[in-house]
Design a protein around this ligand. Sequence first.
Ligand code: MN
Length: 281
Amino acid sequence: MTKGFWERPRVNSTQQSEPATDILVVADVHLNGDDPETLEAFLAFLHRESDGCGTIIFLGDLFDLWLGPPALQEPHHRRLAEALEEFRRRGIQLTYAEGNRDLFVAHYQGDQLFQLATGGAMVISRGGRRFVLVHGDRLNRIDYNYRAWNMLVRSVAVRLLLRLLPPRLTLRAAATLERKLRYTNRRFRTYFPHAQCEAYAREQFRRGADAVVMGHFHRQLHLCYEDDDSGRGGEVYVLPDWLSQQAALRIGPDGGVRHLRESKPCGGPEEDGAAPACSSQ
Ligand SMILES: [Mn+2]
């Protein structure tokens, strides 16, 4: 559900208390059925990097396209679902914030695969810092075509259609849709909407957030916003995509944020150690 995303994002708190464990945040993995090697590489990455983590937050677009209804789960979706079971058995909390390639994932898969799944933003606290985590595709309010498209495909009518149509037909249509979707918000993905980001972030800071974490833009940014008239400021971390950069972000028990990066093709993990210098906007 996306209604009121901007004005009042659907925010969910994943935990009341603050456990002394790290949070691993991953975005834009863009897995698909044609590339099982990448799926396995991602799972290996998750196993390695989730060591010492109590929570993994998937910040949307885990697949090139993920339709939530159980009848529309393809082998690569099922493979990941099976693998997630193992993380849950290890006591790791799994959460999901939908991206633009996810349709009704929170609705249908929320209770099955994740302790928490949302079509909007989620909130988590560490070290007294309050983080708002959101995919980021709906950040740009002036991308009217995309917003209209987004409202249409996430409507109740489309959800019902997905349940009524024969799965084979739906999956074929989805493959076509997915190709089209690649171009819907291309123009707005080629640059980072700084003004829109600041407006969104400041809204969250005024509501008590200390930092906003997002993916979607397939680039790494760390932005600091000074206190405004409301006396509130904060930071924005933009997480690069896992697909091309094997990037992830780790939030420590003290609220510290660290970017992880693994060199390609298959070297050991290289850690930047600290987020890039914070540049004021
Ligand atoms: Mn995206």
